[in-house]
Design a protein around this ligand. Sequence first.
Ligand code: FEO
Length: 173
Amino acid sequence: MLSKTLEDALNKQVAMEASASYVYLAMASWMENEGFEGTAQFLYAQSDEERMHMMKLFHYINEVGGYALSPAVAAPDIKFDSYKHVFERVLEQEKKVTAAIHNLMDIATKEADHTTANFLQWYVAEQREEEAQFNTILGKLKILGNDGSGLYLMDRDLAQITAQASAGKSVAE
Ligand code: FEO
């Protein structure tokens, strides 16, 4: 049975994942309007993933006797200074999510709620992967440069990554 403290904390995480999903959506739209089609597709897929993270938590809360709450989501920023700025914001956001997941894990561990701790392991691994991915993108941007031809290559790269990920998903399904 889920404690009230954990239930509240997990519902807060539901809201954070929902907010992340909408932030990615806003970023995807900005990229699309700037002509970065590949990056937009990558960010749309990222937005879908965050919704999946939210739903996984949502179902878990109800499964273990809590009450999952559909969250209110604040309107995200819709303007960005540059291509690089978007990814800096992404990494910042993901670091906050990681800290929140680690905090949830601390609560579950303190309460000896092994079921929830086990459930949260998936998120710990996911965050490590996401942070690594965005560090790599920012690293590549440093090499390629935050201008025309560099961004063109980056956009092509992200289009390819998105196509591969979606092909991988359909094979797995
Ligand atoms: Fe679900 Fe990227 O945090």
